[in-house]
Ligand binder design. Structure first.
Ligand SMILES: Cc1cc2nc3c(=O)[nH]c(=O)nc-3n(C[C@H](O)[C@H](O)[C@H](O)COP(=O)(O)OP(=O)(O)OC[C@H]3O[C@@H](n4cnc5c(N)ncnc54)[C@H](O)[C@@H]3O)c2cc1C
Length: 288
């Protein structure tokens, strides 16, 4: 059985068990849950930053045979009992508005995952590799822009960069937008997760930005981008800068608008962006 959109074979799926699920955002904002899945006898090696696919049980709307969606591994490691592995996801509960009826519908996979209880079984595929590649030259600059659950691939990516190159000398800048301070997820949540993973000097290389009064995480990200526009613009002109975008698709559009202002026109920005894409210095992991 093949998913027409993703060419995923349902027969390749593995069974995982929900170990825990907890909401990490306040009730007043979008629901994001930290969900830990356990695999008892994994056939593959899973690494944070890779993606897994989740297949939801049918029946699916419009007669689709499968519904398969990707989720980034925020963490992957041995379970406490040493007998299995645990895969940690950050999942935002999605809804969409049907343009014809105007009604709001729950996204299938995200609601399935957010509703799952400890002990429930989930069909997963993968691991699937991340589109983010570490440049071989440690003097390269890394410009990362993300919102919401987009922090998961960056967290893993940053860790891999510094594990592979303790002597990284290029500038590393992470611009991360959230609607409220509390929504900063792993940048600022109770676990202070980044501080666990990076030493002080590495942590100082990261700039996180969030504004509490702004409309959404994309706006917050852009206010940070605007506040550092000159530095970003200088970085974008540098031949060794790589750009990474992660999170909601609309941030890519909003970032385009912001850069078009700096470039003087949309056409000029598109020319620069195209050269980054052509030189494989532009990577996106964006979704609805
Ligand atoms: C590589 C990768 C990694 C990802 N990592 C994460 C992650 O770590 N965390 C996370 O929360 N998400 C992540 N995502 C997004 C995730 O895969 C899903 O896209 C998201 O959870 C929504 O899936 P869903 O099944 O809940 O919603 P769906 O049911 O697929 O609906 C989502 C969107 O589909 C459209 N849509 C579907 N049906 C209709 C319809 N009838 N009418 C109109 N529009 C419709 C809408 O635009 C809607 O916004 C990732 C995506 C990719 C590609």
């Amino acid at each position: 059985m093949t998913d027409p959109e993703t060419s995923i074979n349902a027969s390749d799926a593995t069974e995982a068990i929900v170990q825990s699920s907890r909401r990490i955002t306040p009730e007043s904002t979008d629901e994001v849950r930290q969900i830990v899945l356990r695999l008892n006898s994994p056939a593959d090696y899973f690494l944070e930053g890779q993606n897994i696919g989740v297949l939801t049980p049918g029946p699916h709307p419009y007669g689709n045979k499968t519904h398969h969606r990707y989720y980034t591994l925020a963490n992957a490691g041995k379970s406490a009992d040493g007998e299995g592995i645990e895969l940690e996801l950050l999942v935002r509960r999605c809804f969409y508005i049907d343009e014809v009826s105007g009604e709001q519908y729950p996204g299938e996979a995200s609601n399935y995952l957010c509703d799952a209880q400890p002990g429930d079984k989930v069909s997963i595929t993968g691991p699937h590799n991340s589109p983010f590649r570490i440049p071989t030259d440690p003097t390269s600059n890394l410009l990362m822009l993300g919102t919401g659950t987009g922090i998961a691939p960056f967290r893993a990516f940053l860790r891999q960069v510094y594990q592979a190159h303790a002597d990284w000398t290029g500038k590393v800048r992470l611009f991360y937008g959230a609607r409220t301070g509390a929504e900063l997820l792993y940048m600022n949540d109770l676990n202070n997760d980044l501080a666990h993973y990076y030493d002080q000097s590495t942590f100082q290389a990261i700039q996180s930005l969030g504004k509490s009064v702004l409309k959404d995480a994309g706006d917050a990200l852009l206010s940070g981008v605007d506040a550092h526009a000159e530095e970003i613009w200088t970085l974008l002109q540098a031949p060794k800068t790589h750009v990474y975008l992660a999170g909601l698709r609309k941030i890519a559009t909003a970032f385009d608008a912001s850069m078009a202002k700096l470039a003087g026109s949309d056409a000029q920005w598109q020319t620069l962006k195209q050269s980054l894409i052509d030189e494989q210095r532009w990577s996106e992991l964006t979704y609805h």
